[in-house]
Design a protein around this ligand. Structure first.
Ligand SMILES: *[C@@H]1O[C@H](CO)[C@@H](O)[C@H](O)[C@H]1NC(C)=O
Ligand SMILES: *[C@@H]1O[C@H](CO)[C@@H](O)[C@H](O)[C@H]1NC(C)=O
Ligand SMILES: *[C@@H]1O[C@H](CO)[C@@H](O)[C@H](O)[C@H]1NC(C)=O
Ligand SMILES: *[C@@H]1O[C@H](CO)[C@@H](O)[C@H](O)[C@H]1NC(C)=O
Ligand SMILES: *[C@@H]1O[C@H](CO)[C@@H](O)[C@H](O)[C@H]1NC(C)=O
Length: 334
């Protein structure tokens, strides 16, 4: 009995002893199994996530790349444009308002089949205010060329402009390294309004070599070989720009009215054999009357001598420049 009791006690005690150890084991087993399951589940989830990511990322990637390639295919179809024009507007560093205005006037024009880059041209800056304000303009618009010259009338700014271009645009990012960077280069006054669509249309049938284009002087002449093209705005093909860079004829003859001097180079160098007289699509504003002036007409490439706001506004009105303003609840102009 005693033994039995003892045994029972031992038994019970062993049972009692055993019980926690059993639960410990099962706990451990449970933990291990749980951990195993957890790891399995975690892996499968992660794998699913990877799969999902993979599935997502693969199509996303190909989606993007196919989109990009579509865009590229499309842009190679649209660009390169048939024609690239550098529209250099000769101005002065301090003409902030005029530049602002011309950015508007040219910024809203997008001629078909051509890329027209507007650049403002002036000589070295002369004070510290300019160095701040013009740096801001360049940061915002990047449409300024500062030539290595002192601002001058009739002492070679035009020469510096044309002769600097080949090196300025040699291997630059500007045209994706294309050379020549432009088919045509314009030198325009800042009181001239070019209608880019008309300009481009007029250039389409013309050769891209040895071209000298503009409004021939004297005003009464219609012969493009008569004297020279007016400084209101003339255009040459890139090969002529290259020629000016190295030609002694140009380098040694700088002084005089810029447009006439340019005409002298062409004549002496026998350049610009392809000439185009854009008269009377180019002309001076009708007021004040002069032999170079003309009424505003629909078939216009450029109007010159826009010396004040009133003349600009009348001109822009005549050409219905703001007709395409998009309607909006945000404004009423009438
Ligand atoms: C990519 O293509 C889709 C469908 O053709 C189009 O909706 C989406 O705007 C395009 N994305 C870009 C960045 O062009
Ligand atoms: C290029 O884009 C134009 C419109 O922007 C579209 O009509 C034309 O189908 C596109 N061409 C290709 C090859 O995607
Ligand atoms: C224009 O500025 C540059 C750089 O400051 C200077 O080297 C050059 O001599 C200046 N040119 C003239 C004509 O003043
Ligand atoms: C343009 O760069 C090339 C190579 O760097 C050089 O050979 C050539 O003379 C440069 N042309 C001009 C106009 O600077
Ligand atoms: C401007 O618009 C008016 C009215 O729609 C039209 O009669 C005129 O011919 C247009 N002018 C030009 C230059 O297109």
């Amino acid at each position: 009995m005693k033994t039995t009791k003892r045994a029972m006690m031992t038994n019970s005690s062993t049972r009692l002893d055993r019980r926690p150890s059993l639960s410990k084991i099962s706990y451990t087993i449970f933990t291990v199994v749980f951990l195993f399951l957890f790891v399995c589940v975690w892996f499968s989830i992660t794998e699913v996530q990877f799969e999902v990511l993979k599935k997502l990322s693969v199509p996303m990637y190909s989606f993007t790349s196919s989109n990009t390639s579509l865009i590229e295919e499309n842009s190679t179809q649209i660009t390169p444009p048939d024609m690239r024009i550098l529209l250099g507007v000769s101005t002065l560093p301090n003409s902030y308002n005029r530049r602002h205005f011309l950015r508007l006037v040219y910024g809203i024009q997008s001629p078909k089949g051509a890329q027209v880059d507007l650049k403002f041209i002036f000589c070295n800056l002369t004070n510290d205010d300019q160095r701040v304000l013009i740096a801001l303009e360049i940061m915002r618009y990047d449409d300024i060329i500062i030539l290595n010259c002192e601002e001058n009338m009739n002492r070679g700014k035009t020469y510096t402009y044309f002769s600097s271009l080949p090196e300025m645009f040699n291997n630059t990012e500007e045209q994706n390294g294309k050379y020549p960077p432009y088919d045509f280069v314009v030198k325009a006054d800042d009181d001239t309004y070019f209608r880019l669509e008309s300009l481009v249309e007029s250039l389409k049938p013309l050769p891209k070599e040895d071209l000298y284009y503009g409004f021939v002087i004297p005003c009464s002449s219609m012969d493009p070989f008569k004297h020279y093209m007016s400084g209101m705005g003339f255009l040459v093909s890139w090969d002529i720009v290259e020629w000016i860079r190295t030609a002694a004829i140009a380098r040694e003859h700088l002084v005089g009215p810029e447009d006439r001097v340019f005409g002298d180079w062409m004549r002496r160098g026998k350049r610009g054999q392809n000439r185009f007289n854009a008269k009377w699509s180019m002309y001076n504003y009708p007021q004040p009357p002069s032999p170079c002036a003309h009424d505003l007409v629909p078939d216009t490439i450029a109007v010159h001598l826009l010396k004040n706001d009133e003349k600009w506004i009348k001109t822009l009105k005549f050409f219905n420049v703001t007709d395409n303003l998009k309607p909006s609840k945000l404004y009423r102009l009438s």
